[in-house]
Design a protein around this ligand. Structure first.
Ligand code: NMX
Ligand code: MLT
Length: 437
């Protein structure tokens, strides 16, 4: 057993009595109430899920295992000469709650390297997609294709004790995370570079190898590290995390669950917003004829978008009420590495005008930018300009956090998810009764 897996098992054994006690001794304690507004309005804010992998504070933003993003970037070890930490360190942190040392990270780097090889049939499935298929569709299908490799399915069919479910889930999860950069980079070459591809380098860390397979020089390895780390998790209620958890609650394996997660991410109100931001910016830049816009030009463009009934992509959030720290982390990277990039300048000018306009517009509860507002700028700057690919990159990162969640879901024996629905008539009755009081 690897050190990481041993450590994880130790943590699981320590944690299990806490969950058992909560269920057994405090199962009836009321945590939250639900309103009609929440039932019709997408369960916004309803406290109904549990995870220890990450927690999202509306004002502070995400914490991974209790650490803010700046703390994660400061504490996790970095490859020699790199500005950003190892993604492998984040995997270790999310799974165990501990900051790994260099030696512990090196073992995870080796583990991913050993699990990377993609079966031939995955390339063939990607090759066989009809032209104009969206990269997220191909990404999801490629993950589904790998489902035949699931250890969980084999073990389950042979009969497995519930407390052992986490083990083959870990194996499936680690195998899949290791393969995702290979799948993503091959989709890129297939769709935009006539199917040539760069072979993986077994001596590189996961993000370094991704940059290598994308054919990108430094600092794109740090771009990949930054990207995968900030996209990894956003507690359990967002659509991709929730979908992954929901599907896995049926004991569907990691491949089925992560493919579902990818499908959830592919909607424009969620992960696809990063492609929408670039599409919208290109439209803006075209209107400006390549020149620098004035503040008035930008205000007009933003109002035109709103007045035509569309949302401003990359702005707003279901939970956050301040600028997303993932936006700030990417903005800081831009300020250091690409301060004069023309798209960055547009994005930064928009940061100055959009929040006030959204406040005046009066609808969005959060007028501040989310992470998607900055992602494409960085990718575009380093030559990844096919913006329909950006959500695949989000998916590679997100799979890391969701896999950690799925392993822990199994370890703690979380139940099949099955909330109760009501009819509109029933809600009307409840509303009338409440009004009579
Ligand atoms: N531009 C225009 N209108 C907005 C925006 C925005 N950026 N954000 C929210 N609104 C509207 C929203 O459409 C809703 O209108 P209506 O009452 O007509 O349905 C109203 O404001 C209230 O919505 P909120 O409660 O503030 O937001 P909600 O929690 O429902 O949705 C988002 C959150 C993120 C879906 C929403 O802010 C949005 O559509 N943003 C733009 C798309 C985007 O950037 N998505 C990426 C989110 C991050 N991610 O990667 O997942
Ligand atoms: C995410 O990273 O999943 C998004 O910010 C959406 C969310 O948290 O609701």
């Amino acid at each position: 057993m690897s050190h990481l897996k041993e450590k994880l098992y130790e943590k699981i054994q320590q944690h299990r009595p806490r969950t058992r006690k909560l269920l057994k001794d405090h199962g009836d304690v009321v945590v939250d109430q639900v309103t009609i507004g929440q039932i019709i309005g997408g369960m916004r804010g309803l406290k109904s899920l549990v995870t220890d992998i990450s927690y999202l504070d509306p004002n502070e933003g995400i914490r991974y295992r209790g650490y803010t993003l700046p703390e994660v970037f400061e504490k996790l070890p970095k490859p020699k000469g790199a500005e950003m930490p190892y993604v492998e360190g984040l995997v270790y942190l999310l799974l165990t709650g501990d900051i790994p040392n260099e030696e512990e990270i090196a073992e995870v780097v080796d583990e991913f390297s050993a699990r990377r090889i993609l079966p031939r049939y995955v390339y063939e499935v990607i090759d066989s997609f009809p032209c104009c298929s969206h990269p997220m569709t191909i990404f999801s299908a490629a993950i589904m294709t790998l489902q035949r490799e699931s250890f969980f399915v084999k073990k389950y069919q042979h009969g497995m004790r519930k407390e052992d479910y986490w083990d083959p889930t870990y194996e499936d999860g680690m195998n899949l995370i290791a393969k995702l950069p290979e799948i993503a980079s091959y989709i890129y070459w297939k769709l935009y570079r006539e199917g040539n591809r760069i072979q993986s380098n077994p001596n590189l860390d996961l993000a370094g190898n991704f940059a290598h397979m994308m054919g990108k020089k430094k600092p794109y390895d740090d771009v990949a590290r930054l990207h995968f780390i900030i996209h990894a998790d956003h507690e359990s209620g967002n659509v991709s995390a929730h979908t992954g958890h929901l599907v896995a609650s049926t004991l569907a394996d990691v491949y089925l669950s992560i493919a579902s997660m990818v499908n959830g991410l592919a909607g424009p109100l969620h992960g696809l917003a990063n492609q929408e931001v670039l599409r919208w910016l290109q439209d803006l830049m075209e209107k400006m004829g390549g020149g620098e816009p004035t503040e008035e030009d930008l205000k007009k463009f933003v109002w035109d978008t709103l007045n035509s009934g569309q949302v401003i992509p990359g702005y707003g959030h279901a939970v956050l009420r301040k600028t997303d720290p993932r936006y700030t982390a990417q903005r800081d990277f831009c300020l250091t590495h690409l301060p004069d990039d023309p798209i960055f300048k547009y994005v930064d000018m928009l940061y100055k005008v959009v929040p006030d306009i959204l406040l005046e517009h009066g609808k969005a509860k959060n007028p501040w930018p989310n992470l998607d507002a900055q992602t494409g700028v960085i990718q575009w700057h380093y030559g990844v300009q096919e913006y329909d690919f950006y959500t695949v990159l989000f998916g590679v990162g997100r799979a890391i956090g969701i896999t950690a969640n799925l392993i822990w879901d199994r370890a703690l024996g979380y139940s099949l998810e099955r909330p109760k629905s009501l009819t509109t008539g029933m809600l009307e009755k409840i509303a009338n009764k409440a009004n009579k009081k």
